[in-house]
Write a protein that binds this ligand. Structure first.
Ligand code: NAD
Length: 256
């Protein structure tokens, strides 16, 4: 494949639409970028969460075990930011592609449940979600409760420290998510990767796996990434909330 060019022009949109029209088993892999237009900051941009909460101090299992109260400050803030947040046109566009029979599943690194709120049915939450918290001692689950914020890290009835049911750096991806995503990536004809900086593995490996297995890779991002000049066939540069709805319209308008 020739290298992609970075203009979200008509020919690129048509090429992406053609790939999607021809498939009933595409998958989408999404990252924090798709939710930026819903008002949730991503991690790595200048105003992202990492600017205030360095990952080595807030997002690793070691940091959590060292000082759970401190790490919970970030989780309470994130969970509070997620309250009342709504899906944006990018989430709805992917839900529509699933309804039209082109996309089989979404593998998301996000923990905001916005794909489900937009109506997507098959969503694999690769890094868990903020809805539930789990005891690190007895593994009992309960719902996230923001009213406990002033008390620091919530405690289980057994005395163990509770942790949000999300995957921190240094933890393994849940077995079901790992296996299913691998299988979907190996079996798809097209993979749409949206709003991810391609830096967090193993999620960032899925587009490479799909490409190796013969799939076309369509990438939608405001900036080029480590995928762009290596495996991306069609790069649609721009905000996902604008680009993805245009793509859906183009998929619908079959040209002769
Ligand atoms: P990241 O912050 O590393 O990268 C975000 C990517 O999105 C960048 O490449 C950026 O150029 C792109 N982007 C920004 N705005 C965009 C837009 N409007 N349209 C399209 N692309 C846009 O995010 P990541 O790769 O997903 O990895 C960070 C980790 O943080 C993930 O594991 C994820 O679980 C977690 N996270 C989740 C949320 C959420 O649930 N909404 C928010 C922040 C971080």
């Amino acid at each position: 494949m020739p290298p992609t060019n970075s203009k979200n022009d008509d020919a690129l949109l048509e090429r992406a639409a053609e790939l999607i029209r021809g498939t009933t088993n595409a998958i989408a892999v999404t990252g924090a970028g798709i939710s930026v237009e819903s008002g949730i900051p991503d991690f790595r941009s200048a105003h992202g969460l990492w600017a205030r909460y360095p990952p080595d101090q807030f997002a690793t299992m070691d940091a959590f075990l060292r000082d759970p109260d401190k790490v919970w400050e970030m989780w309470y803030e994130l969970a509070e930011n997620l309250q009342g947040v709504k899906p944006n046109p990018g989430h709805y566009a992917l839900a529509e592609l699933e309804k039209m029979g082109h996309i089989k599943a979404i593998v998301t690194q996000n923990i905001d449940a916005l794909h489900q709120h937009a109506g997507s049915k098959t969503v694999i939450e690769y890094h868990g979600n903020t809805d539930q918290i789990a005891c690190t001692a007895c593994f009992r689950h309960r719902k996230m409760d923001l009213s406990h914020r002033a008390l620091g890290a919530p405690r289980c009835e057994c005395g163990g420290v509770m942790k949000p049911d999300v995957v921190l750096f240094g933890e393994v991806i849940p077995e079901y998510a790992l296996r299913t995503s691998d299988m979907l990536a190996r079996g798809c004809d097209a993979l749409i990767v949206v709003g991810t900086s391609a830096q967090v593995y193993p999620a960032a490996g899925l587009p490479f796996l799909a490409k190796e297995s013969g799939a076309a890779v369509i990438e939608c991002n405001t900036e080029p990434t480590n995928f762009t000049n290596v495996i991306t066939d069609v790069f649609l540069q721009g905000p996902a909330g604008e680009t993805l709805p245009k793509l859906v319209e183009r998929v619908k308008s079959v040209t002769d």
